[in-house]
Design a protein around this ligand. Sequence first.
Ligand code: FAD
Length: 414
Amino acid sequence: MKIAIIGFGAAAIGFIERIKNTSNEIHVFEKSKDIYSSSISGIRADGKLFVSKEMGGDIEIDIELQKKLVDYWIDKTGSKTVETGHSFRDSAYYKKFYEHGFQPVISDFYHLGTEQLKEVLYNVFNDFQKRKNIHFHFNEEITKIDFLNGDIRINNKDVFDSVIVAVGRSGHKFVKSITKDFPELILDNTKVDLGVRFELPNHIVDDINKEMYEFKVRYKSKTGYMVRTFCNNPSGYVVTENYGDFVTVNGHAKLKEKSMNTNFAVLTTVQLTQPFNDPVGYGSHIARLTNILAGEKVILQTYSHFKNSKRTKNLYRVQSTLPENNFILGDINLAFPRRIIESIIDFVENIDKVIPGVANADNLVYAPEIKFYSNTVNNDKIHNLKFIGDCSGYTRSIIYATAHGYLMADNVVK
Ligand SMILES: Cc1cc2nc3c(=O)[nH]c(=O)nc-3n(C[C@H](O)[C@H](O)[C@H](O)COP(=O)(O)OP(=O)(O)OC[C@H]3O[C@@H](n4cnc5c(N)ncnc54)[C@H](O)[C@@H]3O)c2cc1C
């Protein structure tokens, strides 16, 4: 079979790894100009691999397969060095969070670190490109597919028996163009996570960082919205992400270079009902509004000003790890809806009961931080067009995306 894979991220890698030793002819189309060029993704920054039944996506992935894929990624590092840990295996922390209304998320994790990811990706790519049946086409952004007598033509050029779309979240425009032609592919389209990145001195969270590195908790706030922590980076750095139309904040940690601060996201899940059907549009507009206020940058505010809706003009004890030319001191309340701000404040005040100091007045709050959920796509509708990884709406992590690709290829092989 002649198969096109569009996008070369975690899901495509899982797919190819499973199918590489078959006689299928595989063509990979990737919009980046080479294996080193960046697209925004966890396999290019941070690289935390989670093994968990409770997070990572909305499909059932066997723990054994998750562990096997973690070993696959670690095996591609030259050093075989990773930071590891377990979240909420210790019952004392579990009980403390639970007592205050939080749902702790149990997981094991393995942190590759930003510095090792280039080498990891090159080693993955090198293994694939040596094979006669696998062909890479970099600098090829796919914008169009057509059906021709049952086969699929891409970008008005080559024709394939089967097409695997693995474009991640950065490929949302392409997926939207397909679902516009085939609206029956869309199953769900109502959710977006909006929030802030929180930064505080390491010493406040030292104990929990040592205990589990990554603490993930969910909490039903007084507004009724679910709020959660995401992507905790002990001794990490806050960074910006440029989506083209808008700039957001994110965080990452390095294996060797360490800062004095910890950062994590506090995200509120907004799930709206009919006739609403554009969560990406809703999130993007709030992000744009925040950028407009900040002269196309992100806003940084101290926690007490965020809470009391006052513009921040100076920082106090906590200094930012984000370079100064990336942010403006301001007031996030001018851009974010009240219900989201209230949900975040309720969450932070409650975490402070478990870890005193989290709600200190001079801790730092950055906005916008946004996580888009892709539309959930129905993979049973068209037999030779499948969506894998984050663009399918079923996954949100490296391991779940890799596993989704792997399992899809397993079906093809079998
Ligand atoms: C900054 C950041 C940090 C993250 N950190 C972590 C983490 O530490 N741990 C974790 O588990 N998850 C993390 N995630 C999430 C994780 O990266 C994703 O869940 C995972 O990479 C999804 O895999 P994917 O293959 O679906 O998409 P991706 O890995 O994003 O790959 C999609 C590929 O498709 C290409 N592409 C897009 N559109 C087109 C097109 N039209 N034509 C051709 N090519 C196209 C892109 O260039 C990209 O290479 C992070 C995400 C971000 C944004």
